[in-house]
Design a protein around this ligand. Structure first.
Ligand SMILES: C[S@@+](CC[C@H](N)C(=O)[O-])C[C@H]1O[C@@H](n2cnc3c(N)ncnc32)[C@H](O)[C@@H]1O
Length: 241
């Protein structure tokens, strides 16, 4: 599954350029029984299976030792879980500063709770929905972290304008053709006037955030210029102000 991040696009380039590295550990390689079972029935009854503690802990210990050998003193142990703290850009930025992270991906009904209590530093969730395994959530988080690493993106600035990086949603983007089925690209983007383009982009970011995610504006103190631009837009829409 992890070929998705290790073999394609920006993330694969980052691995090839040694900006970061990724190693995978399969808990099945840490069991001695011939069926390589890593799950068992839950105490107390219930449908579904639970991941056993021992193979997980052996795999985690191996990953920890190998990360330490690579120079990460105390790798952060993160469990992907719908019950965790919801991931946002701020969390990604913080995670990107760690020199080593181990992501534990659950399956079935999840993992034996004692494994979490004994080993995990942080539980994180991709949102209030349940997927079948932690691998896809882990890949999303790994991709988002790599975007924040120095030198990972071709154009150094490309992450700066991304949504959430400055607490606002991104502005709309356009490319050729200039007119498509009668629909034109906004005039200002063709003007070559970089100051006006910057102003338009900031306005669009503010407007999008106001319309789609107003709670983000409450979390972020707008400066005088931003406030003025947004007020202008709101007033244009509602002449009463
Ligand atoms: C079917 S889920 C288990 C859900 C668990 N019974 C619960 O309700 O909390 C199997 C695994 O998928 C991963 N997972 C599911 N939803 C997730 C989410 N929203 N965010 C992160 N990981 C998730 C976790 O690693 C979890 O152990």
């Amino acid at each position: 599954m992890f070929d998705n991040v290790s073999k394609f696009g920006i993330t694969s380039r980052a691995f090839n350029n040694n900006i970061c590295s990724l190693k995978k550990y399969n808990p099945r390689d840490f069991v001695s029984d011939p069926y390589r079972r890593i799950d068992d029935t839950p105490f107390g009854g219930d449908p579904g299976m639970v991941m056993k503690i021992e193979p997980l802990e052996l795999a985690l210990n191996k990953a920890t030792t190998e990360q330490q050998e690579l120079g990460s003193n105390k790798p952060l142990k993160v469990y992907l879980s719908p019950q965790g703290k919801k991931v946002n850009q701020q969390m990604i930025n913080d995670l990107s500063k760690h020199d080593g992270i181990i992501f534990v991906c659950g399956r079935y009904e999840g993992v034996d709770e004692r494994f979490i209590e004994r080993n995990i530093d942080l539980e994180i969730s991709l949102g209030d929905f349940v997927v079948s395994g932690g691998e896809i959530p882990a890949m999303m988080v790994i991709d988002a972290i790599i975007r924040q690493l120095d030198g990972a993106l071709g154009h150094e600035d490309s992450a700066v304008a991304d949504s959430f990086m400055n607490g606002l949603l991104d502005y709309p983007h356009y490319t050729k053709p200039r007119v498509y089925e009668g629909v034109e690209v906004p005039e200002v983007l063709l003007s070559g006037d970089h100051k006006q383009i910057e102003k338009w982009r900031l306005k669009m970011s503010l407007w999008r955030t106001y319309q789609r995610r107003p709670e983000l504006l409450e979390e972020r103190d707008l400066n005088k210029i931003e406030y003025g631009l947004l007020a202008e837009l709101v007033n244009q829409l509602d002449p009463k102000g």
